[in-house]
Design a binder for this molecule. Structure first.
Ligand code: C2E
Ligand code: MG
Ligand code: MG
Length: 624
């Protein structure tokens, strides 16, 4: 505590007093010894050590009156501290009118004699007294007076010692708390308060160690992934995202506590939307699966935020303890592989690790590595699938579909596009596809002027829409190849509608302003409505092939008819994907669907085979 010199003497005294009095307990036995010594030397029945504040007086020693505080205005000590350097001696209080009203004098105690030596702090403030009292009037010898003064200094230095000890103790407690806090921060996730990766790794290591010593693997680990967290973050904002993570963290912890009946378990957050759970006493597959099943149920309860309702969904990868696990890394790696399998199996699924998953994970890693080199090694190529008019049977355009020629085999985009999206490789890959498709479209238009109305459709993933260069890239390429922008049609999927809707709308608006046309791909598989197609200014609706495949079902057929009518009403044209049979083609034509694409007409073809179709369009029979 620092005291400004502008404070009055009394204020400074009080501040000083607080440092001594309030740090400690009101009365302290160790001061009793000094008081007893004073009473012995001065031969008085009573002695006391007191501290005096504005209104109150504390006794630091026990004086036997059964009283810890008294009023200050009539106190002997109050008079004593006014002469800080000298001893105050009142030989007979009954003869001194200053104390004639003092209850100690007038009341049952009948005090008459008082001698008090102020306790002066190192700052020079008189904080209280060491005093001796008697019920008889009397005097003190010089020797007794000197002794009382010396003892007062002794009391003061005791107090000073106590104060510094107390302050040090306080500092020590603070340091311990802050060390504990920083230790906690280093091992816990700041947002959810769950264990972090580091602490989780340590616990898993301990578990592995314990299992090795006991020669029994009675533990399991779950890798939990929260689905569509990014959608919430992007559409409702980061505060909603944080709250969702926090809510899910609480639900996971509570669920685990309940279903394991508080058996040792650690729930951790590994950052982002991934969580880890270690069940220390559960190594049995059926029991662990039961715990996971409960997790799905407990997490899925609706989460409400600002009028929106989200149903949190998780995927879980489970791995059971095995003697072969000698490091946490391997265990976590396998839990991740199991999670990957769970996610691939669909929403809200559990997968239990087996060795095949490990092989698949290794394959995936190798694929990712090879994909990085594929671009440089010119291993990518485009196939073109014809799009035909269901009415005139004319070839109206192509959809460019990427292929990867890897070690002499063609890899399907279904196998590598998701990896490209996860790793960000989709950006250079998408740029290459765009450049190549535009180049090819321009080349065919130049070579076959009669095919001026031919369109080229290019698939654009939602990650590409987040690429700031996309619009300028497309503009530059169209200009470079002198291609009419309306030739180009960009296919986006419904996932774009779900996430970053406003940003996507802005980018799509800029692309449309260039004269490029837009198609909604795989319509009917996601969540979008016809209303949102309008919001995005979509020109073409591509009905997903699952819809077409199910045309045999009456209700599906009726829905498809209605979708086509509504799309037309909104000024869009409709392409049906995946037409494989004449019946499907006939139905779609009767339902007024404009265009079709599918194996019935042609599979995606290498450029030279597609070009052959331009030269000599195939004859397509469209009636069954
Ligand atoms: P998509 O854009 O819906 O492409 C249509 C897919 O359906 C193609 O598969 C095509 O070969 C297949 N298909 C066409 N007709 C039929 C049919 O009659 N029956 C069946 N069963 N399938 C048919 P593909 O080429 O394997 O492409 C799969 C997906 O990969 C595409 O679906 C698209 O989403 C994505 N993709 C392909 N190329 C690219 C690309 O260059 N960039 C991006 N971002 N995605 C691409
Ligand atoms: Mg497509
Ligand atoms: Mg499609």
């Amino acid at each position: 505590m620092t005291i400004d010199s502008s404070f009055s003497t009394e204020q400074r005294r009080l501040a000083d007093l607080l440092r001594y009095a309030l740090l400690d307990t009101p009365a302290e036995p160790q001061f009793d010894d000094l008081a007893a010594l004073a009473s012995q030397i001065c031969q008085t029945p009573l002695a006391a050590i007191t501290l005096i504040a504005a209104e109150r007086q504390w006794f630091k020693s026990h004086i036997g009156f059964g009283m810890t505080e008294t009023r200050r205005d009539m106190s002997f000590c109050d008079h004593a501290i006014r002469t800080p350097d000298a001893l105050t001696v009142i030989a007979d209080a009954t003869l001194d009118e200053r104390f004639s009203q003092n209850p100690l004098v007038t009341g049952e105690h009948h005090l008459r004699f008082y001698a008090g030596m102020p306790l002066v702090s190192p700052n020079g403030n008189a904080l209280g007294t060491l005093c001796v009292l008697d019920v008889e009037p009397r005097e003190l010898s010089t020797h007794q007076q000197n002794a009382l003064q010396a003892l007062a200094r002794q009391v003061m230095s005791q107090m000073e010692l106590r104060r510094t000890a107390a302050e040090n103790a306080k500092l020590c407690v603070e340091a311990c708390n802050s060390a504990r806090r920083s230790q906690h921060a280093a091992s816990h996730d700041a947002l959810t308060g769950l264990a972090n990766r580091l602490l989780f790794g340590e616990r898993v290591a301990q578990c592995i160690d314990k299992a090795r010593k006991a020669q029994a693997c009675n533990y399991s680990v779950m890798f939990v992934d929260l689905a569509r967290f990014k959608d919430v973050n992007d559409s409702l904002g980061h505060a909603a995202g944080d709250l969702l993570l926090h809510t899910v963290a609480c639900r996971l912890s509570d669920s685990i506590k309940r279903s394991t009946r508080k058996a040792p378990a650690t729930v951790a957050r590994f950052g982002g939307d991934t969580f880890m759970i270690l069940l220390e006493n559960i190594g049995d597959r059926a029991i662990a699966e039961g715990v996971a099943g409960q997790l799905f149920e407990d997490v899925a309860r609706p989460f409400q935020y600002g009028g929106h309702v989200v149903h949190p969904n998780i995927s879980v990868g489970l791995v059971l303890g095995e003697p072969s696990y000698d490091r946490p890394d391997n265990l976590l790696r396998d839990a991740e592989s199991a999670l990957f399998a769970a996610k691939a199996a669909g929403r809200a699924k559990l997968a239990v690790f087996d060795a095949k998953m490990h092989e698949a994970a290794i394959k995936r890693l190798q694929l990712e590595d090879a994909l990085r080199n594929a671009l440089e090694r010119n291993e990518l190529l485009l196939h073109y699938q014809p799009v035909v008019s269901l009415e005139s049977r004319d070839l109206v355009g192509f959809e460019a579909l990427v292929r990867w020629q890897r070690d002499g085999k063609l890899v399907s985009p279904a196998d590598f596009i998701p990896i490209a999206e996860e790793t960000g490789l989709i950006i250079p890959l998408g740029r290459w596809v765009m450049g190549e498709a535009i180049r090819q479209a321009a080349a065919w238009r130049n070579a076959y002027p009669s095919r001026m109305r031919l369109r080229m459709a290019v698939n654009v993933s939602r990650h590409q829409l987040q690429d700031r260069q996309l619009v300028s890239d497309v503009q530059r390429l169209l200009h470079e190849h002198q291609l009419d922008p309306s030739t180009l049609m960009l296919e986006i999927t419904e996932s774009v509608v779900m996430t970053d809707a406003d940003d996507a709308r802005r980018v799509l608006g800029e692309l449309r302003a260039l004269g490029v046309r837009l198609a909604m791909d795989d319509f009917g598989t996601g969540y979008s409505s016809l209303g949102c197609l309008h919001y995005f200014d979509i020109d073409v609706l591509k009905v997903d092939r699952m819809f077409v495949a199910n045309l045999g079902q009456r209700r599906k057929s009726a829905v498809l008819r209605a979708v086509i009518d509504l799309a037309h009403g909104l000024g869009m044209t409709v392409v049906a994907e995946g037409i494989e049979t004449l019946e499907q083609a006939a139905f779609l034509r009767a339902a007024d669907c404009d265009y079709g694409q599918g194996y019935l007409f042609a599979k995606p073809l290498p450029a030279k085979d597609a070009e052959a179709m331009l030269v000599r369009p195939p004859l397509l029979a469209l009636s069954a």
